[in-house]
Write a protein that binds this ligand. Sequence first.
Ligand code: CA
Length: 233
Amino acid sequence: MSAKQILIVEDEKAIRDMVAFGLRRAGFEVLEAEDCRTARQKVADRLPDLLLVDWMLPDMSGLELTRSLKKDDSTREVPVILLTARAEEDDKIRGLDGGADDYVTKPFSPRELLARIKAVLRRANGGGEDEVLDVEGLRLDPGSHRVMVGDRIIALGPTEFRLLSFFMTHPERVYSRSQLLDRVWGGNVYVEERTVDVHIRRLRKALEPFGYQRFVQTVRGAGYRFSTRIDET
Ligand code: CA
């Protein structure tokens, strides 16, 4: 399989270099553009597998660039991750409304960015429905509906399985209880938000003997996040 090509659109050279370095080391082919005009030319030359677009760019905003790519039939399928220094919730939502597939707030760690890129690429490539997910030795096999660590099977109820599967395909990002209800339970069911906490507790309990419960993190006042980064607070 040939290397996936990622186009970084960012005017700050230091950040571009840092990101490009990390991505190349992870086996990606990297293209760079310092403004939207250059980015459009590169996209027209050859469609990348993913674009990383900074919000603040000299000629137009990264959001506008994303919107225009998503409006164009020839580029709409290419996933876009917005890099933003603005952490305000409504900016994030506007970013997603503009058609971005995900967003990453600066400052981010190379590891976090990489996890998000891989998750977005996996979703873009038809979801990889039967692909075994592996996060630091915690393996989820959608085909056999099993969660394993080494050759030991972790027994999970159906809701905990769906929850873990959602988390493993959407890592490093906070989801509110109502977002989790929408995405994991489905928008039509009426379930109290407290139900989410119950299933999170069960999931943690099942993962605990293997030490993976620490990946299922509570973000106070916001919701839950699946992350391999442990913030000691
Ligand atoms: Ca910038």
